[in-house]
Design a binder for this molecule. Structure first.
Ligand code: FS2
Ligand code: SF4
Length: 557
């Protein structure tokens, strides 16, 4: 196996990457190799889909398969080699079916490369070929920079696929996005080696991702309403309970509907915390609040939860024996031996909740009392008070905005984001999003001016999927001040972990947003040459010491 797609990749040898028997995330070598083959097969499907589209032949099943299959290969999503192998064979079957339909319209030459992949009959034979499909195959010929750019595009496309998947399961799709995904993957299938061409492909990926994030925003708000500032209970209440983790609002909505009037309470976990701010979801009286913290805390959170846990997307960590029997996966997620719900019917979860003890009468009665936090400052909530915010900037009451957040992880360097929030002075506003918010949302940061009705100093924009809100707020502020986004009093302290963050980074680069601090460490696949290009063109910065970075942002250093 070789994988270096996420921030927690291993740094043991000269080339950083997980390449022993198991990655840091718990992905084993067989699953990793099969995921490489799946990517190869999906590229082949995209080659055929791209060419078929030119003949007017499209297939929604193929389009859906592509983003679903890519999503299964994201960090912390699917660890089940049996399901990955099935997807490989399905990709080839769909490719051949689509190729046949296209050939009926006009003779189509099957392009060289992944479109000609034929999976061997046996699992062992399939694995024996895996090395030739690894992300670093051919590095001796094309060099590290070309490989780095190819994977930058591939990982960005994985993020695009994940966001698009969340939109399509709510019934929102866009033929132009399907075409864009097929085109970029098809281009990648040709193993481009020209640096300028690859840079253009990376920016195309960022531009496509902006479209996808816009569609996902429309899907979430169109289906569940516009998030509104909401006080969320963080301590549980007595009763039978289900915990829902991941990002998928649709699965959470289905669970809420299917548990209506059963007496079972539903709690969010991790990246589903923002779901509590959507009007149509919080209207369910049995959405009882949030339990636990970010994904990296799940082993203690899930062990302590007295009921079933549903993972609707990343991030899944190896379930411990003490709670594995209560874990369910849904959608693209998988772990061997963990029950999977793939038809939207959560009855097995409800049965498990009824059979579990639930929270007893003494729950939440500890010394801390009831804990709450306020969330729901997506773009409409922030822009609803735009006049007040703009006046506060003009009067000097708000000196600067800091966007602090993104994907989180367990690495010690991630304390940087807590330290940035601590160092940010009282006349600054912090925007946060993603699971990185859990580093800063358990403290009271007060309000601008310190008054009860002042602008809160910490505004939670939502999931990492809501990076679109942050971009729209920045653009609206730039319009209001008649300047460019790069001229705003705004510093971007972005934490990255997995491939959705790569997609968002490419979007920011495509928009020409400069001066992003990216950490806690820079992606291992970005070579020194590529980093130099990004630093020169976009002033991409590595994290320094938190207080010094804040002082520099404020012009004090
Ligand atoms: Fe967090 Fe994990 Fe949201 Fe990333 S729950 S790091 O994949 O998607 O942010
Ligand atoms: Fe390693 Fe990250 Fe790949 Fe897992 S996803 S194998 S931790 S680089």
């Amino acid at each position: 196996m070789f994988c270096y797609q996420c921030e927690q990749t291993q740094h043991i040898d000269a080339v950083a990457g997980c390449h022993s028997l198991k990655g840091t995330c718990g992905k084993d070598a067989v699953t990793s190799d099969l995921q490489d083959i799946l990517i190869h097969a999906v590229k082949g499907l995209a080659q055929v889909s791209h060419r078929a589209r030119a003949l007017g032949v499209t297939d929604a099943e193929v389009d859906d398969f592509i983003h679903h299959a890519l999503f299964t290969t994201l960090t912390n999503v699917n660890f089940n080699p049996v399901r990955i192998e099935l997807l490989i064979r399905q990709a080839v079957a769909l490719r051949d079916g689509l190729g046949g339909k296209a050939a009926a319209m006009a003779p189509v030459a099957v392009p060289p490369g992944p479109a000609r992949y034929e999976p061997p009959a046996t699992h062992a034979e399939m694995l024996a070929e895996a090395a030739s499909f690894g992300v670093r195959a051919g590095v001796e010929t094309v060099g590290e920079d070309v490989i780095g750019l190819r994977v930058l595009v591939l990982y960005g496309m994985k993020g695009v696929a994940a966001y698009y998947h969340h939109a399509t399961v709510l019934g929102f799709r866009d033929p132009a996005i399907d075409a864009g995904i097929a085109r970029i993957l098809s281009d990648l299938a040709g193993d481009p080696s020209d640096i300028a061409e690859l840079l253009a492909l990376a920016l195309d990926t960022g531009t496509l991702n902006l479209k996808v994030m816009e569609l996902l925003d429309a899907a979430n708000t169109g289906t569940y309403g516009t998030p509104e500032p909401t006080v969320v209970r963080m301590t549980p209440v007595p009763g039978k309970a289900i915990l829902v983790s991941g990002h998928d609002l649709g699965d959470l909505a289905r669970i809420l509907e299917q548990t209506r009037d059963t007496g079972i309470l539903v709690y969010t976990h991790g990246e589903l915390l923002p779901a509590n701010a959507y009007p149509a979801l919080k209207a369910h009286p049995h959405l009882a609040g949030n339990f636990g913290g970010a994904w990296q805390d799940q082993q203690s959170d899930f062990a302590a939860f007295p009921g079933p846990v549903v993972l609707t997307s990343n991030c899944l960590i190896e379930p411990q024996r003490s709670y594995k029997g209560r874990v369910f996966t849904a959608g693209p997620v998988g772990w061997p031996g963990v029950r999977h719900i793939d038809n939207g019917d959560f009855s097995p979860v409800i049965q498990a909740a009824k059979a579990s003890p639930g929270f007893g009468q003494n729950v939440g009665g500890g010394g801390d009392g009831e804990r709450t936090i306020t969330i729901g400052f997506a773009r409409d909530a922030v822009m609803g008070v735009a006049g007040t915010v703009i006046d506060a900037v003009k009067s000097g009451a708000i000196r600067r905005f800091f966007l602090i957040g993104g994907c989180d992880g367990a690495a010690p360097g991630r304390n940087y984001y807590t330290e940035v929030a601590e160092a940010a002075p009282a006349d600054t506003v912090m925007l946060t999003l993603g699971c990185g918010k859990f580093r800063i949302n358990d403290q009271d940061h007060g309000t601008i001016g310190g008054t009860a009705d002042g602008i809160p100093r910490l505004l939670d924009l939502g999931q990492c999927n809501d990076a679109y809100s942050a971009i729209k707020i920045a653009m609206a502020l730039a319009d209001a001040f008649e300047c460019g986004v790069n001229d705003l009093p705004l510093s971007l302290m972005v934490s990255w972990f997995e491939q959705k963050a790569t997609a968002v980074l490419l979007t920011m680069l495509a928009l020409g947003i400069k001066g992003i601090h990216l950490g806690p460490t820079l992606p291992a696949f970005l070579t020194p040459t590529l980093l130099a290009v990004l630093q020169e063109r976009l002033d991409l910065r590595a994290n320094g010491e938190a207080a010094a970075d804040v002082a520099r942002a404020l012009g004090q250093a």
